[in-house]
Design a protein around this ligand. Structure first.
Ligand code: AMP
Ligand code: MG
Length: 336
């Protein structure tokens, strides 16, 4: 397939919207990461997303809408809590899991009775969705298992020849995927952490929010074969993995730095090319912005081993980055 690489002009966004309407695939920028979109209500179109990404079919997509009120096309019941979150955080990087209307295709929700919805805070994404005139199902626009794409180049590297078009925008502002919040039970549960934190949501709802306990745990062998299944199906698969072997070094900052230096020397003596990933202390927003891009850059440089310093955070944005870092490293960790 020939992939059209399109600058995000109004004319090109219209062209991309026509592709979506005809059941094709378009990758586009959002404020979190690039998404790979298809008409969420067209099962044949959504099936192509899974094929292009090599994504397991039980891993549901997030449905993106261009106006908050369009959530009514996807779900019947809007509790006061849901309305409150929409008013506070949309457009923005908060995905709400709600009960789905029967007309939302099973392939869009991985066979679940619920649907994940968000309104992105990005002018190109919003214009695309509004022009297409349908909700757009869009997981991240990478090959399944690889680091999420935060630039158009990342998308081209993974999906050129596999999708109809790629809308080129700048680097994504947030850099990690949206917070996924389950709103189907009495108590809201964070299924995937992001830059909208439990504290932010608690402040808006004036209610306790919990974090799915499996978020920072190793839950499977990568094939989804473990008892401790997370509620967000996507959280159980091998994720964000660079080509290099990756090790996370955790502990007090100075010790982490000296252990990374020691391991770097040792590995270089053995002929390995080593990359180091060490973020500024407490600069969590910047770490989120740069995390996936740095992983891809180290792979591009052909390093054999990535030594990453853990962020010291048990909640908030730092925690969201650590969730990705642990998965990238396949939970390969040393404590110092
Ligand atoms: P991605 O689109 O690649 O950012 O992945 C979407 C994430 O949202 C995955 O972790 C999915 O498992 C999760 N997700 C999507 N729909 C649902 C749903 N209905 N219930 C729970 N998690 C969901
Ligand atoms: Mg993804």
């Amino acid at each position: 397939m020939k992939t059209q690489i399109l600058e995000s002009t109004s004319e090109n966004i219209k062209k991309a919207a026509e592709i979506i309407k005809k059941g094709g695939l378009v990758a586009f920028p959002t404020e979190t990461v690039y998404g790979l979109g298809a008409d969420a209500m067209d099962p044949e179109a959504v099936k192509k997303i899974y094929e292009a990404k090599g994504r397991p079919s039980d891993n549901p997509t997030i449905v993106h809408i261009g106006r908050a009120s369009d959530i009514g096309q996807l779900t019947r019941m809007l509790s006061p809590g849901i309305v409150n979150l929409i008013e506070n955080f949309w457009p923005g990087p908060l995905t709400l899991v709600v009960n789905k209307k029967p007309k939302v295709p099973d392939v869009t929700t991985g066979g679940l009775g619920t649907v994940a919805v968000r309104m992105p805070d990005h002018p190109v994404a919003l214009e695309l969705i509004r022009n297409a005139g349908c909700p757009i199902a869009a997981p991240s626009a990478n090959i399944s298992g690889k680091p999420s794409p935060t630039t158009a180049e990342h998308v081209i590297d993974d999906l050129d020849g596999k999708v109809d078009a790629i809308l080129v925008g700048g680097m994504c502002r947030v850099g990690i995927e949206s917070t996924v919040l389950d709103m189907t039970e009495e108590k809201p549960v964070i299924l995937r952490p992001g830059i909208i934190t439990a504290d932010d949501i608690e402040a808006a709802l004036n209610k306790d929010v919990s974090v799915d306990k499996v978020v920072l745990q190793k839950t499977s062998d990568g094939q989804g074969n473990e008892e401790n299944a997370p509620k967000a199906p996507g959280m159980k698969y091998k994720h964000y993995a660079p080509d290099a072997q990756m090790l996370v070094v955790e502990g007090q900052r100075e010790k982490v730095k000296s252990e990374i230096n020691r391991l770097k020397d040792l590995n270089e003596k053995m002929g390995n090319k080593v990359g180091v990933m060490l973020f500024e202390e407490k600069a969590f927003i910047e770490a989120a912005h740069d995390f996936f891009a740095e992983l891809r850059e180290l792979d591009r440089q052909g390093v054999d081993i990535i030594l990453a310093g853990a962020l010291s955070a048990t909640d908030g944005v730092g925690f969201a980055v650590m969730n990705r870092m642990m998965k990238s490293a396949g939970y390969n960790i040393v404590k110092v």
